[in-house]
Design a protein around this ligand. Structure first.
Ligand code: GTP
Ligand code: MG
Length: 198
């Protein structure tokens, strides 16, 4: 899939999915975006598709509980997953969320890649490590992105990235540095995802 599909053509919101029975037909490849609440999932998607605010950027974390489906150029579904790790979500909701998301991530045959988004400024969080370890053990294709790099100078960026790499047990070639603010890393992310989609 050529990289133009990410930003050319129509991009539209399809629907929010709250249970697996309501997932769209398996007619197109999908890329899903996962990460902690407020890490910048929606901002990253907007940057990728050149839309300022198609995907709602939230001031209140932990609000979205649906798998939000977007259709890009009639070619590809982008799936904005609800953020995890937000303490104020009630336990019942948390369990429902885990059920829906883990069912989706393990059984969705059209899912080509899960982009795991991590804030470069913070130490590795247990839930991020858990997700990556779990995706690895389940054999779900995934790609790690360290985002908000505009908030750090180059030196600290590389230092933080190396720490996170070590914590996750990945090599530097297995992740991408990104900023939804500056757009840095966007071309790299698009071409890497295109390899997952090829
Ligand atoms: N400086 C900077 N700010 C960012 C970046 N990405 C996201 N933000 C900010 O971080 C906040 C959260 O961004 P969202 O894109 O809503 O994060 P989210 O992961 O979708 O949040 P939830 O949907 O609540 O889980 C917003 O204030 C964004 O403007 C980035 O790369 N750089
Ligand atoms: Mg969001």
């Amino acid at each position: 899939m050529p990289m133009s599909h990410w930003s050319k053509g129509e991009i539209s919101f399809v629907k929010g999915v709250y249970k697996t029975a309501n997932l769209p037909d398996l007619d197109l490849p999908e890329v899903a975006f996962a990460g902690r609440s407020n890490v910048g999932k929606s901002s990253l998607i907007n940057k990728m598709i050149n839309r300022r605010n198609l995907v709602k950027v939230s001031s209140r974390p932990g609000k979205t509980q649906a798998l939000n489906y977007f259709l890009a150029g009639d070619q590809l579904y982008l799936v904005d997953l609800p953020g995890y790790g937000y303490a104020k979500v009630p336990r019942k909701l948390k369990n429902d969320w885990q059920g829906l998301i883990s069912a989706y991530l393990t059984s969705r045959v059209s899912l080509r890649c899960v982009v795991v988004i991590i804030d470069i400024r913070h130490e590795l969080k247990a839930l991020d490590l858990e997700l990556v370890t779990w995706l690895r053990s389940e054999g779900v294709p995934h790609l790690v992105v360290y985002t908000k790099i505009d908030k750090l100078k180059r030196g600290p960026q590389l230092q933080q990235a190396a720490l996170l790499d070590a914590g996750l047990g990945i090599r530097s070639g297995e992740r991408i540095l990104f900023s939804a603010k500056s757009g840095e890393g966007k071309e790299n992310l698009i071409s890497t995802l295109d390899q997952f989609l090829a």
